[in-house]
Design a protein around this ligand. Structure first.
Ligand SMILES: Nc1nc2c(c(=O)[nH]1)N[C@H]1C(S)=C(S)[C@@H](COP(=O)(O)OP(=O)(O)OC[C@H]3O[C@@H](n4cnc5c(=O)[nH]c(N)nc54)[C@H](O)[C@@H]3O)O[C@H]1N2
Ligand SMILES: Nc1nc2c(c(=O)[nH]1)N[C@H]1C(S)=C(S)[C@@H](COP(=O)(O)OP(=O)(O)OC[C@H]3O[C@@H](n4cnc5c(=O)[nH]c(N)nc54)[C@H](O)[C@@H]3O)O[C@H]1N2
Ligand code: SF4
Ligand SMILES: [Mo]
Length: 814
């Protein structure tokens, strides 16, 4: 068979080296732990000889991993940050090396941007003026308690809302900081569904695979063992999974083991440059068209897996449709031009839209169909578009048409699979409020809350909202002025204090969002409190890290849990809130005891403290998505109405018929099959010579995790903010590499340096997302934050963030 990749045996040996046989339950304690001075047996031989003590800590930002850090403390000051020294370089016991961000933790702990005292907005000033006076903790706690009580009394719990925030992620204690527990004890809060990471794929998957979230593909460890081909589809692990414990490491191992890797991305990303044998450079938002063209080739040449489609799916062809479907509504009819649009989806048709030459589409289609098994893994870049739901489903569909779902070495087309860690969390209590909004529509819920409905705005649990948001919390979040769409419009909405009446923020750095708050509370960094930190997307190796309090809280900062406990005390619910626990150590001890009691292989608090990091793997072996369904679809049906994979979904057809859309707006529609939908500000509009002719995406960048670490000079020096511009587009505008350029559209204007390159598809630019905003007097953001340019318009089904869909123009800065 052509394109069969490397031979399996050489790759199998990688797993053997790890000493862990695939498919067996294994606990990997840190046998090579060097121990820690202070409470371990050995001095930190690789660290500072004169450190007083070395403490286990972690980087807990939302990059998808979580890395252990060893903080060396001298005279009460963190003098040095060292990475993990446990595990080894075998695949399932790997050393969890921190990336350049975590290793630079000292600059975050001792940053001049640290919030030092509670700050209150100066009476009579506008939020956008950012004027504050320092107040005491006692005053601050009184103020939150008073405003919270006022909101519950006057507007009810649906007026209370905590914005999404991922600055402290998956750390057992600091993740919530006790805020949801406090709100729930007071009567609840308005919920949100989804997240900024993968909102579209998380909401649409239930209609296709029946899963209530995204449907992960096989793990990369499984691919190393069993695949002939790995396709990274809008998936950039070398930059978005940078921990040594994560997918950066496993994909590098896959490459080393000789697995063939193809990257599909408008950019020649770090993953393309480090891993890829081949790069498919398509226009953003056109993946469903590329896939339609590929499936056309497969049908033409008989390369599709008809047996798989017949047995496990409905909706692919006219012989396998649900009873209520109209004629010629199947995916095959769509490809053959028998559907509503009457257009045959030839590779030439796809080439026009995607910019990928028709012959390359043919070759790629044959390659993917013939490499059996192949793991097609999607990142979340493709679904962060205005047609993101169909983008995600089309990639799933490709895995089905090639019959790869549920097989070792194959995959579902979802993001690479993982073993989720077993952990105990702070109990948030019960939220009596059932109403929820999409995570991306909180600005609407402030601006026009009572107009928002189920059928138009995706309100769930109620036909319409009864109140707008009146009390808003930003905790570990830069959503108010950096990470949400359309920063200028968002700022306008937040500036109007007749709408949202009180905004409280809690962070350890004075970010742009804090500057818009009425009250700012100084949090600690991880080094100043106790915590327990589990892994996240680290393939088949799960782990837990002990975080010790290494230094005293700086300035007047206090850990969130102690602050929420004090607010609860003030409101007369102190005992219910904390049950007698006073410090973060008390909470951590209780949680770890619970975890150890429920799962006896998990170490207790003191043992974990001794180990620093505890690794373990899934007793079921390497992760294979939908394995049970593949083995026996009758015994293990999917949670779809038919129990099968629904390539045509009657439920989606129903939503399409009953939900309300602005008919005139291109792309605002739901389709029962994963067809290509062109949208406002998409590829066609750009090609038609619109006023703003360039498609602007914003990739996740190694300098920062979103905006976190964005204010560190070392990181900025190593990886400055640069806007990727194709050489042809630059030449048309007399722009040279390194020039300062301005990027603009009707929503705003930013300035930054140009990276002129052939590493991005012509007609596309990419502004690394998360830069710290810095507006000049004329309103141009000199920081280069992409969300000055993005839109608040939502995707049709998930009502989510199409933040990679925006049209812009660029020019040399004057
Ligand atoms: N245009 C565009 N926008 C995007 C994206 C995109 O791809 N393109 N991606 C989206 C995605 S996937 C996400 S997840 C969001 C992320 O957006 P956010 O969740 O807002 O993440 P950050 O920007 O990292 O901001 C987190 C804040 O947490 C703070 N923080 C860190 N540690 C602590 C702590 O210990 N305590 C407290 N209280 N605060 C702390 C940091 O200082 C920082 O100010 O952005 C979204 N926005
Ligand atoms: N260094 C670093 N790592 C991070 C983060 C970070 O900010 N910095 N953020 C973390 C978080 S919270 C998340 S959610 C993840 C985000 O992970 P992702 O959402 O997967 O990251 P993105 O960079 O948005 O997109 C991945 C790739 O998709 C490409 N892309 C964009 N549009 C399209 C398209 O239409 N089609 C195709 N085929 N490709 C497209 C981009 O060029 C990019 O290379 O990363 C996590 N890891
Ligand atoms: S940003 Fe992620 S990969 Fe880097 S040190 Fe922190 S947890 Fe590890
Ligand atoms: Mo995310």
């Amino acid at each position: 068979m052509p394109n069969s990749g490397t031979t399996a045996p050489s790759r199998r040996s990688f797993l053997k080296w790890s000493g862990v046989a695939a498919g067996t339950a294994t606990l990997l304690t840190s046998s090579t732990n060097l121990g820690m001075p202070g409470h371990g047996p050995a001095a930190a031989a690789d660290g500072m000889a004169d450190a007083d003590t070395t403490f286990w800590s972690a980087c807990v930002v939302n990059c998808g991993s979580r890395c252990p850090l060893r903080l060396q403390v001298k005279d009460g000051v963190v003098a040095r940050v060292l990475p993990d020294n446990t595990g080894d370089d075998t695949l399932l016991n790997r050393t969890i090396r921190a990336c350049v961000r975590g290793r630079n933790m000292r600059q975050r702990i001792y940053n001049p941007d640290r919030i030092k005292k509670p700050l209150k907005r100066v009476e009579g000033s506008k939020r956008s003026e950012g004027k504050f006076e320092e107040i005491s903790w006692e005053e601050a706690i009184d103020l939150v308690a008073e405003k919270l009580q006022y909101t519950y009394d006057n507007y009810g719990p649906e007026a209370v809302f905590e914005s999404y925030g991922s600055g402290v992620w998956n750390a057992h204690l600091a993740n919530s900081g006790g805020w949801p527990r406090l709100f729930n004890l007071m009567g609840g809060q308005l919920n949100y569904y989804g997240n900024y990471s993968y909102l579209q794929v998380s909401q649409i998957t239930k209609y296709f695979y029946g899963a209530a979230d995204e449907q992960p593909s096989n793990s990369i460890e499984d691919s190393i063992e069993n695949s002939k081909l790995l396709v990274l589809w809008g998936n950039n692990p070398q930059e978005t999974r940078m921990s040594g414990g994560g997918v950066t490491y496993t994909t590098a191992m896959a490459k080393k083991a000789g697995l063939k890797i193809i990257v599909v991305d408008p950019r020649y990303s770090d993953s393309a440059s480090v891993l890829a044998d081949e790069w498919i450079a398509l226009r953003p938002g056109t993946d469903a068209a590329l896939i339609a063209g590929m499936i056309h080739v497969m049908l033409d040449e008989g390369l599709h897996d008809q047996d798989f489609l017949d047995k496990y799916c409905i909706g692919f062809d006219e012989d396998h449709m649900p009873d209520d479907a109209p004629k010629n509504a199947s995916y095959r009819s769509y490809i053959e031009g028998k559907g509503k649009d009457g257009i045959e989806k030839t590779p030439e048709w796809a080439a026009e839209i995607t910019g990928v030459p028709a012959n390359q589409i043919r070759k790629f289609a044959r390659e993917v169909a013939q490499a059996k098994p192949a793991n097609i893994t999607q990142g979340w870049g493709p679904q962060r578009h205005l047609n993101g739901e169909n983008q995600a489903l089309a990639i799933y569909l490709l895995a089905c048409v090639t019959g790869n779902v549920g097989l070792p070495g194959g995959g579902t087309g979802g993001r690479d699979g993982y073993y989720w860690p077993i952990t105990a969390w702070i109990d948030d209590g019960e939220n009596p409020v059932e109403t929820s909004i999409s995570v991306y529509t909180w600005t609407d819920a402030i601006d026009r809350g009572t107009e928002m409905t189920a059928k138009r705005d995706g309100v769930r649990g109620k036909d319409k909202l009864d109140t707008g948001i009146k009390f808003l919390l930003f905790y570990g979040s830069n959503m108010g002025a950096s990470q949400h769409g359309d920063i200028n419009r968002t700022r306008e909405i937040l500036d109007d204090d007749s709408k949202c009446e009180f905004i409280v923020g809690m962070d350890n750095q004075m970010n742009a969002t804090m500057k818009l708050c009425d009250l700012v509370l100084p949090d600690t960094t991880t080094s100043e409190r106790w915590d327990l930190v589990p892994s996240e997307y680290t393939g088949d190796m799960a782990y837990e890290i002990m975080c010790e309090k290494a230094i005293d809280p700086l300035y007047e900062s206090r850990p969130a849990l102690e602050v929420t406990a004090a607010i609860a005390e003030k409101l007369g619910i102190g005992e219910e809130f904390s049950g007698g626990k006073e410090t973060t150590e008390d909470w951590a001890r209780e949680l770890q005891a619970q975890n150890h009691e429920e799962n006896d292989f998990i170490p207790d608090f003191d043992d974990l403290r001794e180990m620093g990091v505890f690794r373990y793997t899934d007793p079921n072996g390497l992760y294979v998505g939908l394995k049970d369904f593949r083995e026996d679809p009758e015994a293990n049906p999917l949670e779809t109405p038919s129990g099968k994979i629904e390539i045509y979904s009657s439920q989606l057809a129903e939503l399409a018929a009953t939900w309300e859309f602005d008919e005139d707006r291109l792309g605002d529609r739901i389709t029962p099959i994963p067809e290509y939908v062109s949208t406002v500000e998409g590829a066609e509009e750009a090609l038609a010579g619109a006023e703003y002719p360039l498609q602007c995406i914003g990739h996740h960048y190694k300098q920062r995790t979103h905006s976190t670490y964005g204010n560190l000079s070392f990181n900025n020096e190593a990886h400055p903010q640069k806007i990727w511009v194709n050489s042809l587009d630059a030449a048309d505008r007399n722009i040279e590499d390194g020039d300062q350029i301005e990027v603009y559209n009707d929503r705003g204007r930013i300035q930054s340096q140009a990276f002129v390159t052939s590493r991005i598809a012509p007609g596309t630019i990419s502004v690394p997302q998360g830069a710290w905003v810095n507006f000049d007097d004329g309103g141009t953001d000199l920081g280069g934050a992409v969300n000055v340019l993005t839109s608040l318009h939502t995707t049709p089904m998930a009502k989510g963030n199409g933040q990679h869909t925006a049209l812009v123009q660029i020019e040399k800065a004057k």
